[in-house]
Design a protein around this ligand. Structure first.
Ligand SMILES: Cc1cc2nc3c(=O)[nH]c(=O)nc-3n(C[C@H](O)[C@H](O)[C@H](O)COP(=O)(O)OP(=O)(O)OC[C@H]3O[C@@H](n4cnc5c(N)ncnc54)[C@H](O)[C@@H]3O)c2cc1C
Length: 409
């Protein structure tokens, strides 16, 4: 087996030099050259070369995952069908946003008369299939392979795009999590379609079957509705807690389609050496039932104690506006809003927060909202169930005391 480089085709980009695991490649006068004594003929350089300038005798290039042609909206209803949801899992635990999205997919599928499909990728994921049906999937596509044990962009996006190219879904929804954001972007590029990130609302335009994808734009000052007219699938990510959790229908059944992928561990360039748990400082805003949130109106870092005491008495978690975070009164791990966490607690108490749209998008779907503000025209009162107009320095200690008495009796 010999490796040759076609100097006429080589554009000197150096990608092959970067991927070579044994430093057998180098750029000389802007052209790649190979040291055959070092070369182990792994084929990685052949795979990445954008101009097919490298030839390795006997090497079969992995199948091109790109679609042969773009599917237009007109063809979509004939050729594409199904509302797909990526069932995101890590170490056997499914991210709750996947179930929320199955619920949303069910609503969208009613307008499209389409089936709801869960896409389960990973290693030893069989036991998660019944939950997919229980949360609303009609069909589950499963690729169960050791190469998918830990999330890595390359094998996951190749697996998902292989399914897309084979089954032509109309819509794919993914959680706007670290994994979902990465996978959605890469897959959309592979299958040559559009992607709308961080949607807060989804609906179907009846006459065109287009997915209307609404999200904050221009710094959150306007809500933009985006449609993907010429390409399929239509892809969107949605943050956790934005959509309702569907009811769990125990015992529901559906169709299981098992697929395989042609990717070997040696083909994957990224290796996981160690997993380090993120230090969240014990703040789990997205899981909290009660959040007591402080804004700039709190005035000083010392006054944050008032808010902390109320949170303590209620067994709640501290939240904050970005202005409070930027003032240095509280860590960014507590920030609620567009650039912070999206939360949906049973009770959200907003203290000295004006209610800017960038804050509201992160908390307005909370079950009950109580707002305390001196300004009776503050926007926070537009989303509040109960509003208290007054000075937080007087009101918060009274509330803390009243709750303390009530909860201890
Ligand atoms: C791209 C972008 C992303 C953003 N992301 C976020 C985000 O994720 N989260 C976020 O929160 N913001 C975000 N913001 C900032 C946002 O626009 C606001 O500036 C911010 O939310 C304001 O915080 P605040 O309500 O605490 O402060 P302010 O707007 O200053 O409001 C303070 C409020 O406290 C009231 N008040 C004052 N004194 C008292 C008192 N003694 N008692 C009771 N009430 C009192 C005032 O009447 C006022 O309504 C973002 C902005 C941009 C441009």
């Amino acid at each position: 087996m010999s490796l040759t480089i076609n100097a006429k085709k080589c554009i000197g980009c150096g990608i092959c030099v970067q991927v070579c695991p044994v430093d057998a490649l180098d750029l000389v006068n802007g052209i790649a050259v190979v040291d055959m004594e070092k070369c182990i003929k792994c084929g990685k350089c052949v795979k990445v070369c954008p101009t097919s300038a490298i030839d390795l005798e006997g090497y079969i290039k992995p199948k091109d995952t790109k679609p042969k042609k773009v599917v237009t909206a007109e063809e979509a209803s004939e050729k594409c069908s199904g509302v797909w949801v990526l069932i995101e899992q890590s170490d056997g635990v499914v991210a709750e946003v996947s179930w929320e999205l199955l619920g949303e997919a069910r609503k969208l599928s009613k307008d499209l008369q389409a089936e709801v499909v869960g896409v389960l990728l990973g290693d030893q994921v069989e036991e998660m299939i019944p939950d997919c049906f229980a949360y609303g999937a009609d069909t589950v596509y499963v690729i169960d392979d050791p190469v998918l044990k830990e999330y890595r962009t390359e094998p996951y996006s190749e697996a998902l795009s292989m399914l897309v190219n084979k089954y032509s879904p109309e819509i794919i929804l993914l959680g706007a999590t670290t994994l979902g954001r990465d996978l959605a972007g890469h897959t959309a590029t592979l299958v040559r379609t559009g992607l709308t990130a961080d949607c807060t609302d989804l609906s179907i335009e009846q006459d065109t079957r287009l997915l209307r994808q609404t999200r904050p734009a221009f710094g959150g000052n306007v809500m933009a509705t985006i449609v993907c007219t010429d390409h399929r699938p239509q892809m969107a990510t949605v943050r956790p807690k934005v959509m309702d959790m569907p009811e769990y229908q125990k015992g529901s059944e559906g169709k299981i389609i098992r697929e395989t992928i042609d990717i070997k561990e040696d083909d994957v360039m990224t290796k996981i050496l160690e997993k380090v748990k993120e230090a969240s400082g014990g703040v789990y805003l997205d899981k909290a039932d009660i959040i007591v949130a402080a804004g700039k109106g709190v005035g000083t870092k010392e006054n944050m104690k008032l808010v902390e005491e109320l949170a303590d008495v209620l067994g709640g978690t501290l939240g904050a506006s970005r202005a409070a975070v930027e003032a240095g009164w509280i860590d960014v791990a507590h920030q609620v809003g567009q650039t912070g966490f999206t939360v949906r607690p049973k009770l959200y108490i907003s203290i000295g927060i004006s209610g800017a749209i960038q804050h509201l998008v992160g908390m307005q779907t909370s079950d009950t909202i109580i707002a305390i503000n001196t300004d009776e025209n503050a926007s926070i009162f537009n989303v509040a169930d109960y509003g208290i107009v007054g000075d937080l320095q007087q009101i918060v200690p009274l509330l803390t005391e009243a709750f303390r008495k009530k909860l201890s009796s």
